[in-house]
Design a protein around this ligand. Structure first.
Ligand SMILES: [Zn+2]
Length: 152
């Protein structure tokens, strides 16, 4: 299996290529490019499919917040649903959304006022860019795992 370092190296090496390609073909606003690039880096560094392992470099990158992924690796067996091309990212995004939701519920019960609506600048195009940026590293990770397991 490729190590966490190999996955990160491949994903980070391809990142400038994706950014340049997207810039070349769609001439996006800088904010859109930053959103796509930021989402890609976030997913690559912090949402790896290998969060389904007890010990992994991605969880270490979460620092003191790494504990939030303990239920995730207990729920998802290694290279199961978490490594699905289609649903892998979704499992982590839904999981992270639930953790974030619990934090918001906690803050709200402590009396903090929370925004009720999505920000006005958020539109369909930005959500798609966000989704692509979050999915791409997952796809690369899973494909690399599959290619290496075929040849080993
Ligand atoms: Zn993996």
């Amino acid at each position: 299996m490729p190590s966490g370092k190999t996955h990160i190296a491949v994903e980070l090496l391809l990142w400038p290529g994706f950014m340049a390609g997207y810039y070349y073909f769609s001439q996006p606003a800088w904010g859109e490019l930053a959103l796509l690039g930021g989402a890609y880096l976030f997913a690559s560094l912090l949402l790896s499919p290998d969060l389904d392992l007890r010990h992994n470099s991605t969880r270490r990158r979460w620092g003191p917040l790494g504990f939030i992924w303990v239920p995730y690796f207990k729920i998802f067996k290694h290279r199961g649903m978490s490594h699905s091309l289609m649903f892998g990212s979704l499992t982590r995004l839904i999981y992270l959304g639930m953790v974030f939701g619990l934090v918001l519920v906690g803050l709200s019960s402590l009396g903090f006022a929370l925004p009720q609506d999505a920000p006005a600048w958020l539109n369909e195009r930005l959500l798609i860019l966000l989704g692509v940026g979050l999915y791409l590293p997952n796809v690369l990770h899973v494909l690399l795992d599959r290619v290496v397991s075929v040849f080993s």
